[in-house]
Structure formats: C-alpha cells, structure tokens
Design a protein around this ligand. Structure first.
Ligand SMILES: [Zn+2]
Length: 229
C-alpha cells in the first residue's frame, strides 16, 4: 500500500490530465471553472490543473508543477497558476506515497448528497461491494485553508474517495484513470440512490449476498460503517 506510485512520463501525464478534464466537463462533473486534477510526476512533485480555467478546455502546457512537501509552485505553466484547492491534493500525496493521482469535482448528484451532509453507504449492487463499498463524508472546511486536508485525513488511508460536505467529491488512486473512474462510480451511486428513493426506497444486498461477494472476489474486511471524520 505504501510502495511508490507507478508514474507516467511528464508529457504523457500532461496529456492524460487534459483528457480527464475534458471528460469531467463533458459529463457535467464540473461547471464553470470548478474542479481540479493532479498527477504525481516523481516522489517530490505533482502536475496540477490551473485555477480559474474550465477543465474542458485546457492545454497540456497550462498545467503547473507544485512541490508536494511545502506546496511551492515550481512552474506556473502557461495557465493561471495552480488551483488554491491543490492543498487538498497535497494532503493525500503527503500521506500516501503510493498515490499517483487525485481528482476533485462537483458532480451534480454526489454534490447534492454532500450538501445534505449524507455519506453514500448503501451496498446496492455487487460492484458497490467490490469497487466502492462506501463514500464517507468529510466534514465542512473553509476552502483554501489547512482545515481542508485535515477534513479528509480520517479517510486517506482507509478509502479511495470521500464526499466533501457542502462542496463536492474527491477521489485518489495509484493512477489517474482509476481515480477518474472512481469519480464516475461516486456519481452513479449518488444518482441511483436518489432514483431508488423516488421509486419508494433503497433496497440493499443482504448480509449473505454481501458475504458471498466478499468470498468470491477475495476481498478483505469491508470498511466500518462509521462514516464521519
Ligand atoms: Zn471544489
């Protein structure tokens, strides 16, 4: 879990971030200039999307390079400099040397749950058990302060994503594609939970069904259901 992240060449990482930004925007996971994406390019540095820029319209050269240890901007790129929300990303990289990418977005349905202050915990489908058994809720923190990374600290080692109260969602993983796909899964879980409630109520897998999935896929113990940091 703490092995260093497998890394992309910097130029490939730039292209990958631009592509993920385009997908986030096309899927309406970010509006206006919201959201940010980063990728670790070595043990000490990350590439980060620029502030005040639509993630649907970035150029590879727009990305900034930031030092993980102290947040110093090493290269502003041709964009507007790194997002102030990069602190959120740095908190993850500092604690998890195995993490290679972080995706933060405001997907509509997931953000509605975040604003309500409600974690996504229902085990609705086998995929929920295997890929994302819970999306905990990190308590509200004022943007661009150290309280933001502190708010997600309870989940950085145990989970691969969380909701940010009154704000949005964040996902982290060894590689960018995996972190992005987790964001898709979060939004899907939020959307289907809402639809089920409109249909009359959520219907979860029962304990025996969950146990059989855990056994079949060789999963470790599922995270505890305590979901508040
Ligand atoms: Zn945000």
């Amino acid at each position: 879990m703490t092995d260093p992240a497998p890394l992309l060449e910097e130029s490939a990482a730039r292209e990958a971030i631009v592509e993920v930004g385009r997908r986030l925007w096309q899927r309406q996971y970010v509006s206006a200039n919201d959201g940010n994406v980063s990728v670790r390019i070595d043990a000490d540095r990350i590439l980060c999307t620029p502030t005040m820029t639509s993630k649907g319209w970035m150029e590879p050269s727009d990305l900034a390079i930031v030092r993980i240890a102290d947040g110093e901007v090493l290269d502003r790129g041709t964009g507007r400099g790194p997002s102030s929300e990069v602190r959120l990303h740095l908190g993850v990289y500092r604690e998890r040397p195995d993490i290679g990418a972080v995706v933060h977005a405001h997907p509509m349905h997931a953000t509605a749950f975040a604003i309500r202050g409600e974690a996504l915990t229902a085990l609705l489908m086998p995929e929920s058990v295997v890929a994302l058994p819970r999306v905990p809720l990190a308590r509200y923190a004022t943007p661009s302060t150290d309280a933001v990374p502190e708010s997600i600290h309870p989940f950085v080692r145990t989970d691969r994503a969380c909701l940010l109260e009154q704000h949005g969602a964040i996902a982290w993983d060894t590689d960018l594609e995996s972190a992005y796909l987790t964001m898709e899964r979060i939004e899907y879980s939020a959307q289907i939970t809402l639809l089920l409630r409109q249909l009359g109520g959520v219907r979860e897998l029962d304990a025996d069904q969950v146990a059989a999935i855990v056994e079949r896929f060789g999963l470790g113990p599922l995270p505890a259901t305590s979901l508040e940091g």
